[in-house]
Design a protein around this ligand. Structure first.
Ligand code: NAD
Length: 499
């Protein structure tokens, strides 16, 4: 970043949750900050709250008394937009309304200097649409912070059709100088994070609609795969009204592509006022909810039956099972050339899900989910054929426990829980890259920092392989029919490129 940008003053318009957070990080980076809100008194209230915040940060030792006070003193409130004539950057964080944002930027053009850059913190509106009609639309980009701004590292720098590459680069450098990690995104519905994250909710909502599993099971399995929060508890935290509104807006913005369709489950919760934590009840009753505590897991010393054990297939999952069996001194015979991965015990099979359902595959067939969890006792979904013997149904959870997992029986549904969710996250990210929304590296970075995923979609893909992801998606597509599970052309090309 140039010295001139280092020393620019910043006007933040909209002193709500996001605007006051943006004012705080800009002041912490050394900028003089002006804060404006059209609601009388709102900017002053935000300034008072920031004072409380800085007092707390000083008390915690995050700032010395002197630097805390100096930082706060850099933030001033203003009561009109004329003040924008003195700044080098305006960051807009007003309500999420296209007409209001357009009106604001066109007013600002009357005051700002010709070098002043304009940024919008919109989370879902097209940056191209906001810039349309401005005299100098090339100087406007999205600067999409995440909530809470002082804590969340990610900033998506979003370019619309008019945005100058140099404007995007300057805002990128500025965001990094504010201690953030910036990624470039092209303005398309949901940008990077809010787009790629859709399947995390959508697959769970689809499973709930089919009554394939309970919210607690789905949360346990996805936590078991390394996510910090399960989708149901996360939706309860975000609020179903907010999450439903984002889903609807991404759906409409994609011309009602079924892949992004909202769920009846969301509609029912919103209609009934079960908005999640904020209303006391959503998927869970929060007035009454026990803190999720890890249930104790005891790994059995011996398998339920030790005769005629075969380990099928090769690949990371088969290797992991082999390591586990070796560690437990369990005798088995390895069938490397098998076209499936998992265990065969006499005539019974426990197979890694490839997107087919167990009943389709035969009689004594059970399926287990993609095992991403590394901790002993990680939750793992499994299902069984409708024709499986009671003996095999009893044995499977014990086999899974012997292999180090706590087993969660779900309905015989394709791709179980984790496999279909991760496959769809990879697929969405692949489409985003195919369409030039972002790079692979930025998609990974954005998902780790914007929504705290344990790893990014392309990191999952690197540890899995494109053919297996395509197989799961194609099987889901054949099972459900329709557009939802169509494979990204980018993934197919990857599979041909790396057969
Ligand atoms: P908020 O409701 O907390 O604050 C909005 C503020 O803007 C209010 O104080 C309001 O009085 C003021 N305002 C409205 N119209 C104005 C105008 N014309 N001029 C000046 N001030 C005006 O909202 P928020 O959650 O801070 O969101 C602000 C923006 O940030 C939205 O575009 C939102 O989509 C985006 N965003 C929000 C989040 C989030 O989690 N809240 C995350 C990322 C992005």
């Amino acid at each position: 970043m140039t010295d001139s940008l280092d020393s620019i003053a910043v006007l933040v318009v909209g002193a709500g949750i996001m605007g006051s957070g943006i004012a705080q990080v800009a002041a912490q980076a050394g900028h003089r900050v002006l804060l404006f809100d059209s609601k009388p008194g709102a900017a002053a209230t935000a300034r008072t709250k920031l004072e409380t915040t800085f007092n707390k940060l000083i008390a915690k030792g995050k700032f010395s008394e002197q630097s805390g006070r100096q930082t706060l003193e850099r933030i001033d409130t203003v009561d009109n937009l004329e003040a924008s004539s003195k700044v080098g950057l305006v960051v807009e964080a007003i309500v999420e309304d296209l007409a209001m944002k357009r009106e604001l930027f066109s007013q600002l053009e009357n005051f700002v200097s010709k070098d002043c850059l304009l940024a919008t913190n919109t989370s879902s509106i097209s940056v191209s649409a906001i810039a349309n009609g401005l005299k100098f639309p090339e100087r406007l980009v999205g600067m999409h912070f995440f909530n809470p701004v002082p804590l969340m590292k990610l900033v998506e720098v979003v370019s619309g059709v008019h945005s100058d590459a140099s404007t995007a680069e300057t805002i990128f450098a500025l965001a990094e100088s504010w201690g953030k990690v910036a990624v470039h995104a092209r303005s398309t519905p949901g940008f990077i994070v809010n787009r790629i994250a859709r399947p995390y909710y959508a697959e769970t909502l689809a499973l709930l609609l089919e009554q394939a599993a309970t919210p607690a099971q789905l949360d346990a399995c996805l936590r078991g795969a390394g996510f910090r929060m399960g989708p149901c508890e996360l939706m309860d935290l975000i609020g179903h009204d907010t999450n439903f509104a984002v889903t609807q807006s991404v759906y409409a913005a994609n011309f009602f592509d079924k892949r992004y369709a909202p769920s009846l489950i969301q509609q029912q919760l919103v209609d009934g006022g079960l908005l999640g934590r904020k209303s006391g009840r959503g998927f869970y009753d929060h007035d009454d909810r026990q803190q999720v505590s890890k249930s104790s897991f005891a790994r059995p010393d011996s398998p339920p039956s030790a005769d005629n054990v075969e380990l099928h297939g090769n690949g990371p999952v088969a290797d992991r099972i082999a390591a586990s069996l070796d560690q437990q001194d369990c005798d088995y015979h390895r069938q490397d050339d098998s076209d499936w991965q998992g265990l065969q015990v006499a005539e019974q099979q426990l197979r890694l899900s490839d997107g087919l359902v167990a009943s389709q595959l035969g009689k004594d067939i059970a399926l287990f989910d993609l095992p991403l969890g590394t901790e002993p006792g990680s939750a793992l979904a499994w299902s069984h054929s409708s024709r499986a013997s009671q003996q095999w149904i009893n044995d499977v959870p014990q086999w899974l426990a012997f292999l180090g997992f706590s087993a969660h029986l779900v309905a015989d549904t394709p791709g179980l829980v984790v496999a279909r969710t991760i496959a769809m996250l990879i697929n969405e990210a692949a489409d985003a890259v195919q369409q030039g929304v972002c790079s692979e590296a930025d998609a990974d970075l954005a998902m780790r920092l914007g929504v705290n995923y344990p790893v990014g979609p392309f990191e999952w893909l690197a540890a899995w392989d494109s053919n297996s992801v395509i197989e799961i998606l194609d099987n889901l597509d054949r099972y459900y029919r329709g557009e939802r599970y169509r494979v990204s052309p980018w993934l197919r090309q990857q599979a041909w490129h790396n057969p």
